[in-house]
Structures are given as C-alpha cells and as structure tokens.
Design a binder for this molecule. Structure first.
Ligand code: FES
Length: 112
C-alpha cells in the first residue's frame, strides 16, 4: 500500500478571533496554540487543512461542513480514532493526530 505524503503548508485560513486566552495542544506531535473555544477542525484548518486520508485512495480530506454532517474532519483525539473534529473543542494538552487511510476504531498510537 502506498501513502500520499502530506506536506504542511502555510494555511490560507486565519483566525478572526481576538480572544486573548490561548489553549495549547498537540497536532501531529507539534505544539499549537489556538484561541480558547476553537474546535479541533478549525484548529486543523489554521495549521494544515488536512484531517485524514481516504481509506481507498489515501486522498487528503479536510473539514468541509463544520456542523457534523460530512465526516471529513475525522481525527484521532487522545488515542481515540474517528472523532469528529468539528464537534470537539480543543482542550489544553489534547493530542490530535491526522488519520491516514483505514484506522483501528479502538485506538491509534501514531500517525507515521
Ligand atoms: S467538518 Fe463535516 S462533519 Fe466535521
């Protein structure tokens, strides 16, 4: 099985929040700070826009609807796979990992 290489690029998404309180969490092992109240999908958009790759073709997917309908925002959160990033607020110390292809529904230990 081959995997598409996900290259982090500068996101074209910018936060419009003037919130002074930041929350720090881990995204693919990198510490990231976002305004308090940001959901995981928005935080991913600010950083890379890729949440997962598809099971069949490993095509990169990113948050689309931001309201819990499309499931293109699935990520692993604190070791639990297939979590909807748009339905989860970032919490301090949270570990978010991009999912690649098919993942175990129980637990994801790494993303490499
Ligand atoms: S962005 Fe569509 S379900 Fe989360």
């Amino acid at each position: 099985m081959s995997y598409q290489i996900l290259v982090a690029v500068d996101s074209m998404f910018k936060s419009i929040s003037e919130c002074s309180e930041l929350v720090e969490f881990s995204l693919n092992g990198k510490l990231v700070q976002v305004p308090k109240g940001t959901n995981v999908a928005a935080a991913v958009l600010l950083e890379s826009a890729v949440c997962r790759t598809t099971v069949v073709s490993n095509t990169a997917r990113g948050p689309f609807c931001m309201m819990g309908v499309c499931f293109d925002c699935l990520v692993s959160i604190d070791g639990l796979a297939n979590q909807q990033g748009c339905q989860t607020l970032v919490e301090p110390g949270m570990e978010v990992i991009v999912q690649r292809g098919a993942v175990e529904a129980e637990r994801v230990d790494d993303y490499g």
